[in-house]
Design a protein. Structure first.
Ligand SMILES: C[C@H](O)[C@H](O)[C@H]1CNC2=NC(N)=NC(=O)C2=N1
Length: 102
């Protein structure tokens, strides 16, 4: 079944379990600071692998030691859905092993 856009209330509930993540302009977002550029790229590569597994893809931007992630669901016209939340939760699981600083 096609994912449905989450309501404001559903988004607020999801965000309460995802510290550091926000929703801005219909995008679920978070930035991570790492120990340097290569650790930031390593986290990006790990996120990319998770995205392939889930078949759901965020915009990933590396700026020196920062990785910024922004995601929504293209197939529903760029709204936040459960698929975005699922991806964010998976990223939260893998990020600590990369030594994220914030
Ligand atoms: C054909 C393929 O399944 C789709 O294009 C997938 C790929 N990754 C995706 N990623 C995101 N963020 N939204 C989508 O709707 C989406 N759709």
């Amino acid at each position: 079944m096609a994912p449905q856009p989450l309501t404001e209330l559903e988004i607020a509930e999801c965000l309460s379990g995802l510290p550091g993540w926000t929703v801005r302009d219909d995008r679920l977002e978070r930035g991570y600071t790492l120990a340097g550029h290569l650790p930031a790229v390593a986290l990006l590569t790990h996120v990319a692998a998770v995205q392939e597994e889930l078949n759901h893809h965020a915009e990933l931007t590396v700026t020196y030691n920062r990785l910024h992630i922004a995601v929504n669901t293209h197939s529903v016209g760029g709204r936040v859905t459960e698929l975005d939340v699922q991806l964010a939760r998976r990223i939260e699981e893998i990020a600590p092993a990369h030594g994220v600083r914030s």
